[in-house]
Design a binder for this molecule. Structure first.
Ligand code: 13P
Length: 254
């Protein structure tokens, strides 16, 4: 069964108090909504908030994700936070390879191979981000860029490990810009991702793969984008920082 997901990536926003309030608001609004069995809601607060946010949500309805993790298991890596630590705090998923991490922290496919391994070893869901820059799309290179990002970081995985992956397609030109990919653009590349996975693994794994769209998803455009057959939900940035907006986006998938 293919799971649908609406995930909120809070990025580096909110202090702990604000984060706990936001999570509580989302939690209480969700009490009035019956989520279908195939729909998951995820929130990804900053590391520092996870242990607090974890206490104010109903885990049957909301999963917690971290936004990153260390590539190593443990040891002398000052300032790093391991997948095991995040799991211990209550994380059930980890966002990996977000374009902001690739751009500002020079995250490479090589690092992402290691991080993915950490997340899988610690029995969490890797939410693997991919997506092209504007100039890559304008040059007609977006299919290649996305294929390379996925194959370099993930295609060494066994069938059983690959089936744990969630992919988030986030075109860099649509992130935080207010410009959303059209539903046709999203469908085209999601379908391509699914075919790439089918060619490498098989139809069953590709058919069960959850592929999220991210990039300026708002209550006003979510239903349209989620209506496409290969779009299985969204990774939401700015609109996830407001409980009403986030809930409206969740309602767009049910
Ligand atoms: P926005 O929804 O703010 O464009 O951010 C998308 C994103 O980067 C989610 O990871």
């Amino acid at each position: 069964m293919r799971t649908k997901i609406v995930a909120g990536n809070w990025k580096m926003n909110t202090d702990i108090k604000e984060g706990v309030i936001l999570a509580s608001e989302i939690d209480s609004e969700l009490k009035n909504i019956t989520l279908p069995e195939d729909v998951k809601v995820i929130i990804a607060p900053p590391f520092t908030h996870i242990a607090f946010v974890e206490q104010v949500i109903d885990h049957k309805k909301i999963l917690i994700a971290a936004q990153n993790c260390a590539a190593e298991t443990e040891g002398a890596y000052t300032g790093e936070i391991s997948a095991k630590m995040l799991k211990g705090m209550g994380s059930e998923a980890i966002i990996l390879g977000h374009s902001e991490r690739r751009a500002y922290y020079h995250e490479t496919s090589e690092t992402l191979v290691k991080k993915t391994e950490q997340v899988i070893q610690n029995e969490m869901i890797p939410i693997f981000c991919c997506g092209e820059k504007l100039e890559e799309r304008e040059a007609g290179n977006h299919f290649n860029v996305v294929k390379n990002q996925i194959s370099e970081a993930l295609f060494h995985l066994s069938e059983s490990d690959f089936s744990k992956i969630v992919i988030a397609y986030e075109p860099v030109w649509a992130i935080g810009t207010g410009v959303t990919a059209s539903k046709e653009q999203a469908q085209e590349i999601h379908k391509f991702i699914r075919k790439t996975v089918a060619d490498k693994y098989n139809q069953k794994i590709a058919g069960d793969l959850t592929i999220l769209y991210g990039g300026s998803v708002k209550p006003g455009n979510a239903r349209d984008i989620f209506s496409m057959p290969d779009v299985d939900g969204g990774l939401i940035g700015g609109a996830a920082l407001n409980a009403d907006n986030f809930i409206d986006i969740i309602k767009a998938i049910i």
